[in-house]
Design a binder for this molecule. Structure first.
Ligand SMILES: [Zn+2]
Length: 80
């Protein structure tokens, strides 16, 4: 017969719960990252006033800012 202490039994019962909470947390972080990446790719930020608005479908299209009416080029954002 296998003899285990009460603390070992509690530890064995807690491990699956901790693993499932960790996996849920990692899934939530990954999902938020994907949503922010999708939102960043589908919005355009005005170079003059900083207003964010939906980007036009076609790449390299010139769109007009709804706030200040300045023209903005829809190009991939580059890191400075
Ligand atoms: Zn603007």
């Amino acid at each position: 017969m296998i003899s285990i202490t009460l603390s070992q039994l509690l530890l064995i019962l807690m491990i699956p719960g901790l693993i499932s909470i960790g996996l849920w947390w990692l899934g939530t972080v990954w999902k938020e990252h994907r949503q922010s990446l999708t939102l960043r790719q589908s919005t355009l930020r005005c170079r003059i006033c900083g207003c964010a608005y939906p980007a036009p479908e076609e790449p390299n299209a010139i769109s007009q800012c709804p706030s200040c009416k300045s023209s903005n080029l829809n190009e991939p954002q580059r890191l400075i």
